[in-house]
Design a binder for this molecule. Structure first.
Ligand code: G6P
Ligand code: MG
Length: 217
């Protein structure tokens, strides 16, 4: 019995969501306004371009095409300076436990991330070789909540979408998994991710017996 387990990266495997937030906040401050943590929830799972468009809308700021590209590059440089410091210590609690268990049970393991920095981050934390298939922001044309990223990941695993399980921390990502007719597991608060099939605060709440049931389903 082989199922496909597809993991989002930012906020699921590693807590890079905090670095994205810091970098966007700095950019907003530079433009004369601020971003709240609540607003940041809406940026999770959202592509780099779309995120900047949304942020500029919040601040009522209009930029020329050239300025837009400049700020987007600046945000990524800032973000990458945080990434440069990362190591295996930044893998979120009990994520290795679940990954090891899935490997032991010979399950399909893939990454489905909107980030163009995903491969770099996986390398930094030493998880690159755990994933049989990696689909990131460089591989998709339609961003979450479109299901494309997860459908390509399923294809890479050679497993039908209905036999896939997605771990996601973003509203848009859970919607994408649901649209792909995959089982969605929200990592975060029930309040934000109530549309997921299951919600856990983090991986420490996920027992291997639960994973075993998903495999048998
Ligand atoms: C993930 C994060 C988003 C980020 C997006 C693009 O989905 O949750 O906050 O904007 O990836 O990331 P990138 O590394 O390509 O800027
Ligand atoms: Mg995420």
């Amino acid at each position: 019995n082989k199922k496909g387990f597809i993991f989002d990266l930012d906020g699921v495997i590693v807590d890079t969501a905090k670095y994205h937030y810091l970098a966007w906040k700095e950019l907003a401050n530079e433009l004369g306004f601020d971003i709240t943590l609540e607003q940041n929830e809406q940026l999770k799972g959202v592509s780099r371009i779309r995120s900047l468009e949304i942020i500029l809308g919040w601040g009522n700021v209009t930029l020329t095409e050239e300025e837009f590209m400049k700020y987007m590059a600046e945000k990524n440089d800032n973000y990458l300076s945080h990434i440069a410091q990362m190591d295996a210590g930044e893998i979120l609690p009990d994520v290795p436990k679940i990954l090891n268990y899935l490997q032991k049970k010979q399950q399909g393991i893939a990454l489905g991330s909107a980030s163009k920095n995903a491969r770099k981050i996986l390398q930094k934390v030493g998880l690159f070789n755990v994933f049989e298939g990696i689909v990131d922001g460089n591989d998709v044309s339609k961003a979450k909540p479109d299901p494309e990223v997860f459908l390509i990941a399923a294809q890479k695993l050679n497993i039908t979408p209905k036999n896939c399980i997605v771990f996601e921390d973003s509203v848009a990502g859970v919607t994408a998994a649901n649209t792909a007719e995959m089982i969605s597991i929200g990592i975060g608060s029930e309040e934000t991710l109530g549309h997921a099939d299951f919600v856990f605060n983090d991986f420490t709440e996920i027992q291997t017996s639960f994973i075993e049931e998903l495999i048998k389903r």
